[in-house]
Ligand binder design. Structure first.
Ligand SMILES: NC(=O)c1ccc[n+]([C@@H]2O[C@H](COP(=O)([O-])OP(=O)(O)OC[C@H]3O[C@@H](n4cnc5c(N)ncnc54)[C@H](O)[C@@H]3O)[C@@H](O)[C@H]2O)c1
Length: 317
């Protein structure tokens, strides 16, 4: 297949592009580099620097059998400050991309959605039937794209899968988890363990969770990448899919920190500070549907393996 991977200079996009290349597919990697880095793009991919909403540019790339669309701004807190930027970049650009791709014959589209579409839920685990109530423009931007895709599928314009990731983590030596700014707990904790930061701040220790810190469902980026490959195959026979990608197991911030200390063998300073606006107490997936429909079995997503892989990947300067 000839596959367009947008956001392929980022964490999950680069790892997935690598897997698609391993599978013998031709990959065109499109990224504006607003966040990712050029050297993160797999060397076997054809790299195009540009915005995914640039219709002329996308049309000039020719036709694709499939597109896996990772390109987005991902910082929920920034989206509270600049909602317009998130709707322009994550929503408007996505529909311009779709317009250009459908005009050149695209059949299958896999979209990076997020558990942020569920907002703050009390009952865990969360399945795909749960009421949608995003509580940030970031989560809303993901839901708006999902809704547009549902219309496109209904009208027979293309086949599409919305994959709602919980917390992507882990990493490979070629593609470590690195965001600028970094907002994720594990890479920040590893930076502290390496002495690249002085201490770790944990937002909130009075949540209604077993140890008072937030609980998240960490999913290894390699397992996520595999799910994309399986979703592309599933779209051969199914016109539309909406699937959670997580493990069904929650880990609290304290558990993650203890695991980082154990894996790295290093002690470091942890400071518990005020809650951060917009953080739900818990987010844990029911992954039953993804397992059934994709025949997907996460194999690297227990917390120790995630932290071990992230630590190995993080050693690179
Ligand atoms: N990391 C997570 O835990 C997580 C969880 C749920 C959903 N997601 C979604 O997964 C996707 C990938 O996340 P990531 O962690 O790899 O982020 P990332 O920031 O590492 O990668 C995103 C990439 O998209 C590029 N980009 C952004 N806007 C663009 C545009 N308009 N045109 C072209 N390129 C553009 C950036 O330069 C960057 O390389 C995002 O859509 C994100 O919302 C991530």
């Amino acid at each position: 297949m000839r596959v367009l991977v947008t956001g392929a200079a980022g964490f999950i996009g680069s790892t997935t592009a690598e897997l698609l290349l391993d599978g013998g597919h031709e990959v065109v990697a499109l990224d504006s580099l607003v966040r990712g880095t050029r050297n993160n793009v797999p060397v076997r991919a054809t790299f195009v620097e540009g915005d995914c909403g640039d219709v002329e540019l996308v049309r000039s790339l020719g036709s694709f059998d499939a597109c896996v669309h990772f390109a987005a701004r991902i910082e929920p807190a920034d989206s509270m400050a600049y909602p317009e930027t998130f709707f322009a970049n994550n929503v408007a650009s996505t529909f311009r991309l779709l317009e250009a791709l459908i005009a050149t014959g695209l059949e299958r589209f896999v979209f990076s959605s997020s558990c942020a579409v569920y907002g703050d839920q009390v009952e865990m685990p969360i399945d795909e039937e749960r009421a949608i109530r995003p509580h940030s423009p970031y989560g809303q931007s993901k839901r708006m794209v999902e809704e547009g895709l549902e219309w496109l599928v209904r009208q027979g314009r293309l086949k599409a899968a919305s994959l709602r990731y919980f917390n992507a983590a882990g990493g490979t030596a070629a593609h470590p988890e690195r965001h600028t700014p970094e907002i994720h707990l594990i890479p920040i904790a590893l930076d502290v363990a390496l002495g690249r930061r002085s201490h770790l701040e944990v937002y909130g220790s009075d949540y209604p969770t077993p140890d008072g810190t937030c609980v998240r469902d960490y999913i290894h980026v390699s397992d996520l990448a595999e799910a994309h490959s399986l979703a592309l195959r599933a779209l051969e026979t199914k016109p539309g899919l909406t699937l959670n990608l997580g493990t069904g197991t929650g880990s609290s911030n304290r558990q993650v920190i203890d695991t980082v200390k154990k894996v790295t063998g290093r002690e470091f300073d942890v400071q518990y500070v005020e809650r951060r606006a917009g953080d739900p107490a818990a987010a844990v997936a029911s992954n039953r549907r993804a397992k059934e429909i994709l025949n997907w079995i996460p194999t690297r997503s227990d917390l120790t393996t995630i932290v071990r892989d992230a630590w190995a990947a993080h050693q690179t300067p």
